[in-house]
Design a protein around this ligand. Structure first.
Ligand code: FE
Ligand code: CA
Length: 542
């Protein structure tokens, strides 16, 4: 079969394309690869979950797929190791293949494939695919990072979070896939562990909450079967981190949401299962391979001399949530653990890049939930870890780092804010900016009027809040040496198969001038009352 006739977008049979797997691993070392066949032929349609790439470096990326002919029921692969060939090419027809190798899909790891490719050119677009037993995966597009010392003029990227499958369609991802970006940062809540909700817009797999490895695999596979999500993964490399719902709502370290109902042993097993399934479904490097209940997710990814992305883990090492303001002020409380805090401040001091972007889960900016002189806080946020927050914000303002900007998920709404060590002192200088992006779906189609009735009075008392909005979508960022321009891209609905996308607002952070300004914004058109709350949603933070 001629390679020119390969149809890039469609996976399917390409028998005879590859005579046999190349017996080299991604590092180029010879390797004995177990041959399939002893147990009979492999199933058809193994590439049901699409492809992905992640964690770009100047010389390569990690490529991901998972063989899962029966994705929602454990995967459906025979209990045998399967060698999978990967190819990286200049073009989507694979006329100019630059790298080729073999990775082994192991039953113990859900037949997931993580191929760390090296030897590529910096700051270049490549296409990739996987081949096994005459079947070809869909084709993915990825991009390497610029060289370490490169004087990069511009970096375009997007960030997103909170994609509850039951809350609505991934309409935002169809638009995100068409943006011209170097990467997508995903800031947490990739899956939700909730039980099935028959009143929701659509239903995810199973009936109860996941606990076992098979449960979490099926939940990830359900989400990943969505074609719009697959398209977004196939369009650009992702830099992922998790928040709470990848394991259990509001978990903290070894403490589950409801310790009365989950013993310590049950939760340890649950966390290990959730971490393994997360790794199996994410384009993560081997350095993030989980070991039991431990998984290293905090890491740095650098884009020339322009930007470093400091990816945080604010779940695994945190103190359990406070329940009172006095507890929240306890200096012993930590969101990151001491080791990760040292890693962060050292990395932000020594990055050598003009911008230091934090890929972060929960809001840093103080976010009071009660209008008037009374205050109330969600102590799952940095509001519950106030001494560490102040210490880090003092560091932001110390001159030891360059242009810190926090990118945040979790809130299911957009919150563009100034950061200052003492949020009760608006007369003191800002030390950085935070852009909390909205959700992809979580919360469903929004009641914008109710949102503004609740939060506009609090905004009037919170001068560090520059802009708030609760429409669904993602944030598109255009970064130069002089400024970060962030566009809030919102979709018209998540409760229909298609939607339009608009730029609802633009925020600018100017280099050397900490804080954020709203460049422009529209006025949301409230949905007709017949459209509101047509479906139940599990996650409405308001
Ligand atoms: Fe969420
Ligand atoms: Ca969350």
């Amino acid at each position: 079969m001629s390679r020119r006739r390969f149809v890039a977008a469609a996976g399917g049979a390409v028998a005879g394309l590859i005579a046999g797997p190349a017996l080299v691993d991604p590092d180029g070392r010879a390797r004995a690869v177990p041959r399939p066949g002893a147990a009979g032929p492999l199933p058809s349609h193994m590439f049901t979950l699409g492809v992905a790439s992640g964690d770009p470096a100047p010389d390569g990326v990690v490529l991901w797929t998972r063989l899962a002919p029966d994705a929602l029921h454990g995967g459906g692969m025979p209990n045998q190791s399967v060698p999978v060939t990967w190819e990286v090419a200049d073009d989507d027809r694979f006329a100019a293949v630059r790298r080729r190798g073999t990775a082994t899909a192991e039953p113990a790891w859900g037949h997931s494939v993580h191929a760390e490719v090296t030897g590529l050119e910096p700051d270049r677009v490549y296409f990739y695919r996987f081949l096994v037993d005459g079947q070809a995966s869909p084709v993915g597009r990825t991009r390497t990072a610029p060289a370490a010392g490169a004087d990069l003029q511009r970096l375009r990227f997007a960030f997103a979070s909170c994609q509850d499958y039951q809350s609505g369609r991934y309409t935002a991802y169809r638009h995100l896939a068409a943006e011209d970006i170097a990467f997508v940062a995903f800031l947490g809540d990739y899956i939700y562990e909730n039980p099935r909700n028959t009143a929701a817009y659509r239903q995810h797999d199973g009936t109860g909450e996941p606990y076992s490895l098979t449960d979490y695999r099926n939940r990830h596979a359900c989400y990943r079967s969505d074609p719009d999500l697959q398209a977004a993964h196939a369009a650009a490399p992702w830099i992922v981190t998790f928040d709470d719902h990848e394991v259990d709502n509001n978990w903290a370290g070894l403490v589950p949401q409801d310790p009365a109902q989950q013993s310590a042993d049950v939760f340890r097993a649950r966390r290990a299962a959730a971490f393994q399934a997360y790794y199996e479904h994410m384009p993560l490097r081997r350095s993030s391979l989980p070991s039991g209940i431990d998984m290293r997710v905090y890491r740095q990814i650098t884009f020339g001399r322009l930007a470093t992305v400091h990816v945080l883990d604010t779940r695994q090492h945190r103190t359990d949530q406070a329940t009172t303001l006095a507890q929240a002020d306890d200096p012993a409380r930590t969101m990151t653990g001491a080791e990760q805090e040292r890693w962060l401040t050292t990395g932000m001091s020594q990055s050598g890049t003009r911008w230091n972007l934090l890929a972060n889960q929960v809001m840093w900016a103080s976010n009071d939930r009660t209008a008037g002189s009374a205050q109330s806080f969600d102590f799952d946020n940095w509001d519950g870890y106030r001494v560490q927050r102040r210490r880090l914000l003092d560091f932001f303002g110390s001159g030891a780092t360059s242009n810190p900007v926090v990118l945040t998920g979790d809130r299911h709404a957009t919150w563009a804010c100034d950061l200052r060590p003492d949020f009760d002192r608006p007369d003191t200088p800002a030390v950085g900016a935070e852009i909390t992006g909205t959700s992809v779906t979580s919360g469903g189609d929004p009641d914008t009027a109710a949102f503004h009735r609740t939060f506009d009075p609090i905004k009037a008392e919170s001068p560090h809040w520059k802009y708030i909005d609760n429409r669904r979508g993602y944030i598109l960022c255009d970064l130069t040496g002089g400024r970060l321009l962030a566009s809030l891209r919102t979709v018209s609905t998540v409760w229909a198969p298609t939607a339009t996308v608009t730029t609802a607002a633009e925020f600018q952070v100017t280099a050397g001038r900490p804080g954020l300004e709203v460049v422009r914004h529209d006025t949301p058109q409230p949905l007709p009352s017949s459209a509101l709350r047509r479906y139940a949603v599990d996650h409405d933070q308001f």
